[in-house]
Ligand binder design. Sequence first.
Ligand code: APR
Length: 236
Amino acid sequence: MAADKIVILTGAGISAESGLGTFRDEGGLWSQHRIEDVATPEGFARDPDLVHGFYNARRQHAAKATPNAAHTALATLEAKHPGEVVIVTQNVDGLHEAAGSRNVLHMHGRLAGALCAACDARWEAPPEMHKPDPCPTCGAPATRPDVVWFGEMPYYMDDIWAHLASADVFAAIGTSGEVYPAAAFVRDAAMGGAHTIEINLAPSSTVSDFAETCFGKATETVPAWVASELKRAAGR
Ligand code: APR
C-alpha cells in the first residue's frame, strides 16, 4: 500500500516560539498596525515608505530568528516519511527552509523576496528596501516586498489545490482559520478523502471542520505528531 501523502498548512503560530509575532493573538501585529495601511496595494500606493518600513523591520527581525522544534520536526518528517510531504505556509519567514524543509510553498510570499511592480521581476531583497530603489531588471523605481497583500491572489493556488485533492493526511498548524482561501483548505482536503487534524494553541475558527484536534504549544505538539506519523508509516 503506498505511503500516505501528507499536506501541511502552517500559520504564524508555528513561528511564535521563534520570537516572531502572530497577527491576531493578544498584542499581535494587527493590533499594532492597520491592515489597510500596511498590507494592501492601496496602502502601499498611499504611503510606500510606511509599508517598506513595516516590512523592513519584519525582514530584519525574521532574519535573526531561528527555527524551533516544530519547524525541525516537519523537516524530519519530510526527510524520513516514505510518502510525499508538502508544506503550504502562510508565513513569510524562512524558518521552514532554515530547518531543512525543501518542499515548501509560500502562498503569501516571502519577506526575503523583492518584486518589481512594473515588470514583475523578482530578486532576493536587501535588508532595507525603499520604493525609489531601481528594479535590477527594468530600472523602474517600483520595488515592493514580494509579499501577497489583502485583495491580491495568493501564490501557487493551482498546485495547492492539486496537493489538497491528493492528500491522505492534512494538518493545519498554528493558524487561526480567519483568512481565505487557506481557511477552506481543510474542507478541500476532506472532500478529497484526507484525514484532517488541527494542531494549534487554541481552537481556530474552523476547528469544527477537522476530524481530529491537538492543542498545545507547537514545539510540543508538532514533534509528538510527527513521531506518531512516522511510527504509523513504519507499521503499515
Ligand atoms: N503554538 C501553536 N499555535 C500557536 C502558538 C504556539 N506557540 N501561538 C499562537 N498560536 C496560534 C494561535 O492560537 C492562532 O490560532 O497561532 C494562530 C495565529 O493566528 P493568526 O495570528 O491569525 O496567524 P495566521 O493564522 O497565520 O494568519 C493568517 O492572515 O494577516 C494574514 O497574511 C497574514 O498569513 C497571515 C494570515
